[in-house]
Design a protein around this ligand. Structure first.
Ligand code: ADE
Ligand code: ZN
Length: 350
């Protein structure tokens, strides 16, 4: 199927009487735009790194750890996510975690990945900016030759901490010339509106960085508006609660604002009751610029291919929709126009 430059696709008609497709859907080349590298820390790697670093974990084994992966909301997940980061101590630990993600994502069809990391969550444990940034960046530096995947790094700031803390860390990142392409905003959303970080985002923009922020995951649709109007972000991470504000939906469609949606995350963090209740099909039908992403795949039951497979099982997405989601991910990335053209060509079978 041909995908045009604006992300729309040439219409196709089903021959009458054709049986529904039963073979596995082709793995589409796509961009993953919403991925927290610390959320790729698999239970096995948590134990391996704990042993390597001589740390005692508060779990007797994999089974006891996995039993904790039942979340009631975002905060209940964040508590475990931050606790498990204790095993990340050295550059090698960060590099190993990142390479494990790249290998798995490549198998899922990811051809370009924009990877968030949470520097403040490491600094607060006494791990330096250089250790966490250099560790992740060293694995990303060879992602093209090792996995055929272009990558870039996003420094995400914790919105439940102060703006002063975020400004200090951004200064630190700029001072060490950290190879970051963008800044993001994550962690506990409700009660921490985007406007709290106006100066941070202004400074990041001045430094030439691209801008994205989590909004409308658990927080209200008004946080999406604030992220756009006060922070000036180009992209919204999650954004599913835009569906509660029809005027906002129309604006997002008109301005083609990318929404990096994470269906399995939304189910596991109880933003929606079940995958069948997920607004993704309605978002597609409304003409929103949505992509499918994995958020924290080690915690939420799957990587981007698993997200697609489960969506497919519940909603029977058409090839048109799957291709549109892949094309949206490429168009919405912070990759160069040349790289986007390459990926779109690949998607179109070129
Ligand atoms: N940090 C890691 N995953 C997150 C999510 N889904 N929402 C907010 N902050 C996060
Ligand atoms: Zn996220």
């Amino acid at each position: 199927m041909d995908i045009f430059a604006d992300g729309t696709a040439a219409p196709e008609t089903e021959p009458a009487g054709e049986l529904p497709e039963v073979e596995a859907a082709r793995t589409l080349p796509l961009a993953e735009l919403h991925l927290h590298i610390e959320g790729t820390l698999q239970p096995e790697l948590i134990f391996e790194l704990a042993e390597r670093n001589g740390l005692a974990l508060p779990y007797s084994g994999l089974e006891e750890l996995r039993a904790l992966y039942e979340f009631s909301d975002l905060q209940s997940f964040l508590d475990l996510y931050y606790a498990n980061m204790a095993v990340l101590q050295t550059e090698q630990d960060f590099a190993d975690m990142t390479r494990a993600y790249l290998a798995r994502a490549a198998a899922a069809g990811v051809r370009h990945a924009e990877i968030m990391m949470d520097p403040q969550a490491h600094l607060s444990r006494g791990v330096s900016l250089e250790t966490c940034v250099n560790g992740v960046a060293s694995a990303l530096a060879t992602s093209v030759e090792d996995f055929g995947m272009s990558t870039l790094l996003i420094a995400a700031f914790l919105r439940d901490l102060s703006e002063e803390s975020a400004l200090e860390v951004l200064d630190g990142l700029l001072a060490i010339n950290a190879p970051i392409a963008a800044v993001g905003l994550d962690s506990a959303e409700v009660g921490n509106p985007p406007a709290k970080f106006e100066r941070l985002f202004a400074k990041a923009r001045e430094a030439g960085l691209r801008l994205t922020a989590h909004a409308g995951e658990e927080g209200p649709a008004s946080y999406i508006i604030e992220a756009l109007d006060v922070l000036g972000v180009e992209r919204i991470d999650h954004g599913i609660r835009c569906m509660e504000d029809q005027d906002l939906v129309e604006r997002l469609v008109d301005e083609r604002i990318p929404l990096t949606v994470c269906p399995l995350s939304n189910v596991r963090l109880r933003a929606v009751d079940t995958l069948a209740d997920h607004p993704l099909p309605a978002m597609l039908a409304a003409g929103l610029n949505v992509s499918v992403n994995s958020d924290d795949p080690a915690y939420f039951g799957g990587y981007v291919d698993d997200n697609f497979a489960q969506l497919q099982a519940v909603f029977e997405l058409s090839e048109f929709d799957r291709s549109r989601l892949a094309a949206n991910s490429i168009h919405s990335s912070f990759a160069s126009e040349e790289r986007k053209a390459e990926l779109l060509d690949e998607l179109n079978g070129g």
